[in-house]
Design a protein around this ligand. Structure first.
Ligand code: ZN
Length: 144
């Protein structure tokens, strides 16, 4: 496990790609991600549960990152950051969704907290058709 990263990501970089690169460089395989700041443009997704496909939305205007929350696990053998964003525009209205590559940083303050324990690995989950963590929590049974 490495130290907590608390730092600024560079203007012009792609948010998702920069976070993935940072986790790969620091060998972070399990952890949490927080970020606030601003984007010059954004690209978000919404998973249509009835169709098992993502709807995508391009936002071609400056936005505040009101809240960025995510996690780090392993996908296809590499550290993978799963990030959701709440963004606001200049009228202070918010939108949000799953962050895709295509979110260009204006300024971004980020905290990545590595967590001890075995790496969480994403594999195909048949019921949702999403790459989710292997295994799931099951409620304790009271039949003992
Ligand atoms: Zn998501």
């Amino acid at each position: 496990m490495t130290d907590v990263f608390m730092g600024r990501l560079p203007k012009g970089a792609d948010l998702v790609e920069a976070l993935n690169a940072l986790c790969a460089e620091r060998k972070i395989t399990r952890g949490t991600v927080q970020c606030i700041g601003a984007l010059t443009r954004a690209r978000l997704a919404f998973y249509r549960q009835d169709r098992f496909t993502y709807a995508e939305r391009e936002v071609a205007e400056p936005m505040e990152i009101v809240s960025g929350q995510g996690n780090v696990s392993i996908r296809d053998g590499m550290p993978f950051v799963h990030l959701h964003l709440v963004l606001s525009d200049e009228t202070f209205r918010c939108m949000g969704g799953h962050a895709l590559p295509g979110c260009e940083i204006f300024a971004c303050e980020t905290v990545i907290t590595p967590l001890a324990g075995p790496a969480l690995v994403r594999t195909f989950d048949a019921p949702t058709r999403l790459p989710l963590w292997e295994g799931s929590w099951e409620p304790a049974r009271e039949d003992s």
